[in-house]
Design a protein around this ligand. Sequence first.
Ligand code: ADP
Ligand code: MG
Ligand code: ZN
Length: 496
Amino acid sequence: MSAVESPRKIEVFPVIGLEVHAQLLTRSKIFCGCPVTVGAPPNSATCPVCLGFPGTLPVLNREAVTLALRLALAAGATLHRESQFARKNYFYPDLPKGYQISQYDRPFSTGGSIAIDTPEGEKAIRLVRIHLEEDAGKLLHDTPYDDVPENVSLVDWNRAGVPLVEIVGEPDLRSAEEAASYLTELRRLVRYTGVCDGDMEKGSLRCDANVSVRTSPTAPLGTRVEIKNVNSIRFVAKAIEHEIERQAQSLARGEAIVQETRLWDEKGGRTVSMRSKEEAHDYRYFPEPDLGLLVLDEKWIAEARGALPELPRRRRERLATAHGLAPQDADTLVSARELADYYERVVAAGVPGRLAANWVTGEALRWMKERRVSTEQALSFSVSPERLAGLLKLVESGEISAASGKDVLVAMLDSSTEAAAIVAEKGLGRMRDTGALEAAVAEIVAGNPSQVALFKSGKTQTFGWFVGQVMKKTGGRADPAAVREALTRALESAGP
Ligand code: ADP
Ligand code: MG
Ligand code: ZN
């Protein structure tokens, strides 16, 4: 349990609960046929329904529900056979209807949990609920257009009506690190299940963090402050860290924490007040009259369950056990589904699991990063898993050294040539020509009479130096055992 000390030495115990919005990967919006677009001209992906024209009616997108169900099942949540949409009323220019269609007291899913790793072991962070809703549009305050005066804000409704799930977590997190782990796990889960692309920078995954502190780990929960829309996991952790410190200092000064919404100011490295509870909205929720109940049947749930892949934590466990991998390596491999697929294809091509893990988490990943191939794109890395396997089999059999293997991998990056062909072409294979080895040994021995004399005088450590010289001369291709044997003979027969 982490405690934070403020300058005036008040020990506080943080409590954090996250609300996460995830944009569902559907082709069309949640209540109309408009496409979900990225980078389309402003307001081009709109229609009378998502612009809230009078007389239009919403029609629920089946695929949005299927994806939401898939995520809820992955989190072990309870699905409700009947749930209801509700109108959340408020005015804002990015909300053309004057209300958002969301779910309120009857969400389609409650409960479930997300497991995280902590220094004390695995910890389950419980979920309050997951519900479906529509996104709002976007306001543009810094106009990018020459013909629009400054201080004029523009609105783009392309995002209005894009399907979202909101994942509301219980206040089970106890530190900024735990919050970061939770977000990392959740992002991995939405990506594995194909529910959301998980891109926080682009806003397809957004997080509001609720933070409170208390003076003992068992005291009632303190007053919470909500920090809105921080766009990376690292910044969420930083924002929480600062907010905990700010609250600790307030308490140390004898001030009460006011319930409010704050924004993270990345440049200033602090949170700033946005609105207090008094200004909070009364959303005047009521059941959406234009939509019937959302009724789930067995078939629908089975369809969602059928599309569930092996989930990341289970996959990590399986890979670690099956191949005796270090926990850290197994974790890296499952950090993206495609990277784990890449690894499993290397193994399927006949490479021992640990050797494959070493190379995939080491050299292959290093080159992917260098080439700006994200782990989600691992399967389109220029060195396919099968070609990497070809290389690793040469390393495994001792045909080439690990050091040569790294060079061969570099040569494979920009060609489609198989490893074996590169090895043959560059002459990197083990030296099988014993004549050439003998010649190299003879040359080194003849060329270094003073070292030979040292060796003869009993300084047997110089033997290692001779081995090194021969390996260098043969470009690392000689078999070390054969080198030692040939050297022993040559040094014995060397004069005087
Ligand atoms: P609202 O509906 O106003 O957003 P909720 O009670 O549903 O409020 O809580 C929203 C989020 O705030 C949840 O993620 C929950 O875990 C978190 N939360 C609630 N109370 C606290 C608290 N005292 N400290 C930290 N987080 C809290
Ligand atoms: Mg809230
Ligand atoms: Zn539309």
